[in-house]
Design a protein around this ligand. Sequence first.
Ligand code: GDP
Length: 209
Amino acid sequence: MYTVEIKNARYLYGFAQLSQYRPLEMPEIAVAGKSNVGKSSFINMLTNINGLAKVGQTPGKTRMINVFLLNGSFTLMDLPGYGYAKVARSEQERFSRLIEGYLHASQRLKHVFLLLDVRHAPTQDDLMMINWLSFYHVPFSVIATKADKLSKAQLSRRRQELSRETGLIASEIFPVSSATRQGKESICDRLAMLLAHENDAGDQNELAE
Ligand code: GDP
């Protein structure tokens, strides 16, 4: 089984408008989810850098798609958290358009990790995101966050339910906890699979067996 170890990560830039998107010659993996789902904590856990995901997200600042370079070989696209009631509707609509525009425009997007709180059924916004992913033929899997809040039995039940709720097979639902780091290895294994084709021709050093 291959895995990928995130050895280094850095913030590159953010874009609030699609016209500012500057794709690099490398695969993109996006993370999406409603605000407060645990997306920043997830990115920080994955990269082992506390505070990384907050870069470019100072309060009051325009929400953007933030781009991080991981292992110098792929970019992590942090899509703005949606569904936050305190954000004006016009602003929510603006970044909905940004997210949809990006899903439509990106030639290099390999996969989306859709973050859902393991305890709750997907919201209307989550279902809209799933519809877009299907519509634009973007493969995705679910990162079921805050898994530490449930017992093992509850977790296994929610995994089955999330599978039904999202239309994914259960093996595409990954329970994780940024608090206990549970599930991180499965994500790194999944990343290795997603990036394997890209690495066939390139640098094998990023992959460790
Ligand atoms: P974001 O808005 O999606 O970026 O969410 P954050 O990463 O800022 O997390 C939102 C809240 O959920 C914070 O209070 C976090 O401490 C908490 N949180 C995030 N991940 C976990 C987790 O795995 N377990 C628990 N118990 N709390 C979490």
